[in-house]
Design a protein around this ligand. Sequence first.
Ligand SMILES: Nc1ncnc2c1ncn2[C@@H]1O[C@H](COP(=O)(O)OP(=O)(O)O)[C@@H](O)[C@H]1O
Ligand SMILES: O=C(O)C1=C[C@@H](OP(=O)(O)O)[C@@H](O)[C@H](O)C1
Ligand SMILES: [Mg+2]
Length: 182
Amino acid sequence: MNNTLKNCSLFLVGMMGAGKTTVGQELAKRFNYRFFDTDTLIERVTGTDIPQLFATQGEERFRQLETQILGQLSAQLRSVISTGGGIVLKPENWGYLRHGIVVWLDVPPEVLYDRLKTDETRPLLKTENPLETLQKLCDRRQSLYAQADLHLTLTGAESPEKVTDTVLTQLPRILKSNSVHN
Ligand SMILES: Nc1ncnc2c1ncn2[C@@H]1O[C@H](COP(=O)(O)OP(=O)(O)O)[C@@H](O)[C@H]1O
Ligand SMILES: O=C(O)C1=C[C@@H](OP(=O)(O)O)[C@@H](O)[C@H](O)C1
Ligand SMILES: [Mg+2]
């Protein structure tokens, strides 16, 4: 499979709670690739967590840092990179994402809500109606996520291992039909 990927990196995109961080780690293990998570790296370089960063410096600053980190990661080969759900918003970020294969984990908002309803680490969900917020964000971002090379429509019932298996199964087809990758 490593040969099939030709040392190319994988970028996971999708909504908060879709499982990018969880599945990314599993994929990296299977490929024997390095694993990076843009949110974790932002926390490391700023020495603060995401909610605190949003609260003290605002989302705009977070987005600047996100782009910087993504730019650095885009030079890495043989890596699985789990992104934050909003990475697709900036056209500039797509220039970086296109250095690898982009995989969209597409999970229904109701499942995302269920997974995140007690979560305290997603500042964008600190609203009166987090399910509605997730639905609106999904609607707004749908056409951006759809620019991914691989779209995995998930019910939410699949285990992270099963999602990983599905990515592995689908990749050869994507690589065959897409010759732009390094
Ligand atoms: N396939 C899955 N099935 C069930 N729960 C999952 C699955 N993938 C992730 N989760 C859980 O959902 C939550 C969000 O997962 P995470 O990987 O942080 O998502 P993301 O990085 O896309 O926001 C975590 O509690 C995680 O354990
Ligand atoms: O969707 C978003 O805009 C965000 C998603 C989060 O990452 P996850 O997708 O890993 O939850 C994190 O980057 C930040 O809270 C903003
Ligand atoms: Mg994550």
